[in-house]
Design a protein around this ligand. Sequence first.
Ligand SMILES: NC(=O)c1ccc[n+]([C@@H]2O[C@H](COP(=O)([O-])OP(=O)(O)OC[C@H]3O[C@@H](n4cnc5c(N)ncnc54)[C@H](O)[C@@H]3O)[C@@H](O)[C@H]2O)c1
Length: 221
Amino acid sequence: MSKIKIPKATAKRLPLYYRYLLLLNDEGKDKVSSTELAEAVQVDSASIRRDFSYFGALGKRGYGYDVKNLLSFFKKILNQDTLTNVALVGVGNLGHALLNYNFKRSNNIRISCAFDINPEITGKIMQGVPVYSMEEMKKQIADQQIRIAILTVPQSTAQKTADEMIEAGIKGIMNFTPIRLSAPSGVRIQNVDLATELQTLIYFLDSDQLAEKQAENEQNK
Ligand SMILES: NC(=O)c1ccc[n+]([C@@H]2O[C@H](COP(=O)([O-])OP(=O)(O)OC[C@H]3O[C@@H](n4cnc5c(N)ncnc54)[C@H](O)[C@@H]3O)[C@@H](O)[C@H]2O)c1
């Protein structure tokens, strides 16, 4: 199952599908059409059909998809059965917010340890999560078999800290810093940037407005 190679855009949409299917299942619904799914998750139905086609026949034309089948399929793909421990590096403003949140809606991801250089917080437990010094990182990452870490340190130290994380065995970094990190092959970096996301939203809203205006002008001709 994990051998299926899917595009990144598809992989990003899978948790959306999964969450909506959970909801349908809770409501006792057996079937869902790609149009219904499209409306709920705000992805066009052609993309949904294409996404699903990477996994073989999951539904029949004109019949829709079986909710329970899809759910158990995505559950396996998304590894929802296993708990993934994640590390947090940098417990400042953003790090705190993430510790507070600690993936409450997810049953299978949790921040299990945090790291910082600030002696005022290392050795403490914050929101139930122990905060270790950077010197303890290698041991903790190995002991807890952690592969993924969230990086929330100042940008001036981002690359150096990422190098230390990789050295400690981290294979995936969720990078909140504005720095584009370099990493050896075999290490994945996922950049998260709220400003870019907002910019994208503004762009789409502006283009929607423009399209509306153009349609109005056409009608008034
Ligand atoms: N992606 C986004 O949308 C977004 C939003 C806000 C902030 N940020 C970025 O997130 C990062 C953190 O922002 P913040 O406001 O929480 O900063 P902050 O200064 O409040 O926190 C940084 C923390 O990192 C620790 N730290 C410093 N050097 C370290 C090192 N070498 N190793 C381990 N820990 C170290 C500090 O002690 C501090 O606790 C910044 O790079 C900021 O630009 C990104």
